[in-house]
Design a protein around this ligand. Structure first.
Ligand code: UD1
Length: 341
């Protein structure tokens, strides 16, 4: 059974491709390589022994997208990862984000209707919850959607609405939106991992690059949050746990186990860790003393969020299994392996 993975050479995409192949799915990747590298295909092949089919074009281009689906009439499901994801950049260049993230989704939905591709898994984000009120922590799927803090976050909210309305309009379409908390870590082989171009925005690659000596000092954004150590809390989830959830979602769709045509699931562990907790874990597993300093808060950051994964655990029969130390260790192993090549 063939699954299209858009953004399949990216961070979450590449790990998901590996899991799909392990489960016997045929994978075709479409990726414009805006923020990923073609060599990822070699790494996937090294891990699984199978080179995924690959095409490089921009899904925000309607005629190229239509042409792709016209040529591939054997696709049974789509996992749509391809999107821009830098929160800060989205504030500076909002139109770039709306155009890319929404045009690509709309082109895919139109093609799904036209070419009768029934199943879509969409990459959403816990950013849709903003800072949940105390009574909504841990945050479940029924918590209120807050006004987005950034154009990036807004593209995820609007995308969920576009999917919902399209599913109502185009009969025979199903979708699952997966709201990720903070994906970190790498494949155990250390052949694939997170590969931010330039200076990382996110915590884990900044930690491992500082540990490796590429960055001088990690800035911890905010030491005065109302948390156990003053630093902000997130629900970090191992990338392989996240990848597995995508396979479960695809199987749920193709095996017609969905309870309604648009379902939404949180992907988190249910445990929150502070920035200092993550640093301590990194220092423990790597044996490296990390150079860091606590500075002012980062604009747009929320103080704490972690998932209530009960609904995903019960409905999907999926549970995040890996602990924080496995996340930091795999991220560190990947950083070292990548740099020594
Ligand atoms: C953000 C987005 C999320 C998006 C994700 C991936 C929001 C609210 N969240 O998550 O939707 O999917 O990026 O791009 O928009 N930190 C430091 N120093 C650093 C970097 C980070 O202290 O150099 C801290 C942050 O302040 C935060 C935590 O580490 O408390 C995690 O930050 P980060 O990895 O950037 O992810 P989020 O901001 O949670």
């Amino acid at each position: 059974m063939k699954i299209l993975v858009t953004g399949g050479t990216g961070y979450i995409g590449s790990h998901t491709v590996v899991e799909l192949q392990k489960k016997g799915f045929d994978v075709i990747i479409v990726d414009a390589l805006f923020n990923s590298r073609i060599e990822v295909l070699d790494s996937i092949e090294k891990i699984t022994g199978i080179r995924p089919e690959f095409e490089s074009f921009d899904l925000a281009n309607q005629s190229l997208t239509d042409d792709f689906f016209a040529r591939h009439n054997d696709i049974k499901g789509i996992i749509h990862f391809a999107a821009h994801k830098a929160v800060g950049e989205s504030v500076e260049q909002p139109i770039k984000y709306y155009r890319n993230n929404l045009d690509s989704l709309m082109n895919i939905l139109e093609a799904m209707d036209k070419y009768k591709v029934p199943n879509l898994v969409f990459s959403s984000s816990c950013t849709v919850y903003g800072q949940p009120d105390a009574e909504h922590l841990p945050v479940s799927e029924t918590a209120p959607i807050k006004k987005a803090e950034s154009p990036y976050g807004n593209t995820k909210q609007i995308a969920e609405e576009i999917i919902f309305e399209s599913i109502n309009a185009y009969k025979g379409l199903n979708a699952i939106a997966l709201r990720y908390f903070n994906p970190v870590g790498a494949h155990d082989s250390a052949l694939i991992g997170e590969l931010p171009l330039g200076v990382p925005n996110n915590l884990m690659p900044y930690i491992t690059q500082t540990g490796y000596g590429i960055r001088e000092c990690l800035k911890v954004f905010g030491g005065d949050y109302p948390t156990h150590d003053g630093t902000a809390i997130r629900d970090y989830i191992h990338i392989m746990d996240l990848a597995k959830a995508h396979v479960v979602a695809v199987e749920r769709m193709v095996n017609e186990k969905m309870k309604k045509s648009f379902e939404i699931f949180n992907l988190g562990t249910g445990t929150g860790y502070s920035v200092l907790d993550v640093i301590k874990s990194f220092e423990k597993v790597s044996g490296v003393k990390l150079n860091y300093e606590i500075v002012g808060r980062r604009a747009g950051d929320i103080e704490k969020v972690w998932a209530d994964p009960t609904f995903s655990n019960n409905e999907l029969g999926w549970k995040a299994e890996r602990h924080l130390d496995e996340m930091t260790l795999s991220a560190w192993n990947w950083e070292k392996a990548y740099r020594s090549n």
